[in-house]
Write a protein that binds this ligand. Structure first.
Ligand code: FAD
Length: 360
């Protein structure tokens, strides 16, 4: 029997798990602009401890051994084909869009690991550091630096009225208090003029007219959604006002029988978390299997239920702040769940890999 062709666009949290799970059940092609999958929630530890990234930057070929890998960016789709920037034209029976967020990062694992070493050297040589943005990335980075390099002056400037606006105000208050206890200076409701930096003064100006001393800065203002390219395709009318893909209860693009979307790119009404993106991938793996098997199994397609807002933000190596549906907790308990290994061993195992690298 001729194998059905499944094309997955995006090798992030959702796309990687899906590719790993269905590689033996179909003729699978994974399209991603880089040769590797990277565990996003561990990336900030890599900035303070570059060797940590050895386990978190994983070549796609380590977990996706059977199918085809196209290292390029998808630029267009039709009812039957995907077109990539490097000129590939790949036909599909089933398409899964998992393009979450985009960010310009290097193509090869080696280049990415070198980038971590370079950023770490910059942090080590700077005694004052500005972090622009007080979402999860800005907060986790500030905490990593404050814990590993307590003598450095760290400042967060955030446009909003509270940190971590994607979760509840209690988590914001507790996090602010924790950061202050680590001598991180947090400036809310302000923006920074990055062009105001001069080498001689080594200062930045904020919208409130404050001057911040900092040798380097990190921009942590959230990455753009990976759906802009879809605006010129047959799915142009399937995006909501935020640019997320509208999906049905089976995670198929609304009104389409053979195109799915999973992960942060979907309009599922839940906070955007990798653990939920993995859940989408597992459901779509099952649904694809049913569709591929055919013989009326389409009626049995699984449905997705939006998840409650649960999130843990790490605060350095031992602490964290967790939001559960009826409770917000800060300190060692959430730290024990996330902040030591940052779920790296767990995520590697989910991809069928050893949690730790073998010593060479
Ligand atoms: C600092 C931080 C901490 C976090 N902590 C947690 C946590 O503790 N727990 C948790 O569950 N979640 C956490 N998250 C959220 C989690 O990382 C995201 O929800 C998750 O990455 C979403 O997965 P995704 O596959 O939808 O998208 P992504 O992981 O963003 O992957 C998208 C992929 O698509 C590729 N792509 C984009 N456009 C194209 C294109 N046109 N063609 C081909 N490929 C394309 C990208 O290169 C990328 O590889 C955290 C996020 C951050 C930033």
């Amino acid at each position: 029997m001729v194998e059905k062709k499944v094309v997955i666009i995006g090798g992030g949290v959702a796309g990687a798990i899906l590719a790993k799970t269905i590689q033996h059940q179909a003729n699978v092609t994974l399209i991603d602009p880089k040769e590797y999958f990277e565990i996003p929630w561990a990336s900030l530890r890599g900035l303070v401890e570059p060797s940590f990234a050895e386990r978190t930057v994983i070549n796609h070929r380590e977990y996706f051994k059977k199918g085809d890998l196209v290292v390029s960016t998808a630029v267009n789709i039709t009812e039957t084909e995907v077109f990539t920037e490097d000129g590939n034209q790949i036909s599909y029976d089933y398409l899964v869009i998992a393009t979450g967020h985009t960010e310009p990062i290097p193509k090869t694992r080696g280049e990415r690991l070198d980038q971590y070493k370079g950023e770490n050297a910059k942090i080590k040589s700077a005694n004052s550091i500005l972090i622009v943005g007080g979402g999860p990335t800005g907060v986790e980075l500030a905490a990593e630096i404050a814990v590993d390099f307590p003598d450095k002056k760290v400042t967060i400037v955030h446009k909003g009225s509270r940190l971590l606006e994607y979760i509840g105000p209690k988590a914001s208050r507790k996090t602010l208090k924790w950061l202050k206890s680590k001598k991180v200076d947090v400036k809310l409701e302000q923006s920074v003029d990055l062009n105001s930096f001069t080498e001689e003064n080594r200062t930045y100006q904020t919208s409130n007219g404050e001057t911040i001393e900092a040798i380097i800065h990190f921009l942590c203002i959230g990455k753009p959604l990976g759906s802009a390219w879809l605006r010129e395709t047959l799915l142009k009318d399937d995006l909501d006002a935020d640019g997320r893909i509208k999906v049905d209860e089976h995670l198929r693009v609304k009104g389409r029988s053979n195109i799915f979307a999973i992960g942060d790119i979907t309009d599922v009404k839940e906070i955007k978390q990798g653990v939920y993106a993995q859940g989408h991938a597992q459901l779509v793996a099952k649904n694809l299997k049913l569709l591929i098997e055919g013989a009326g199994k389409e009626r049995k397609l699984g449905t997705y239920k939006a998840q409650p807002p649960i999130s843990i933000v790490s605060l350095g190596r031992k602490h964290g702040v967790a939001q559960f549906p009826f409770m917000t907790v800060i300190g060692r308990f959430p730290g024990m769940i996330k902040s030591g290994d940052l779920f790296v061993g767990k995520t590697r195992k989910e991809l069928g890999l050893e949690p730790n690298l073998k010593k060479s």
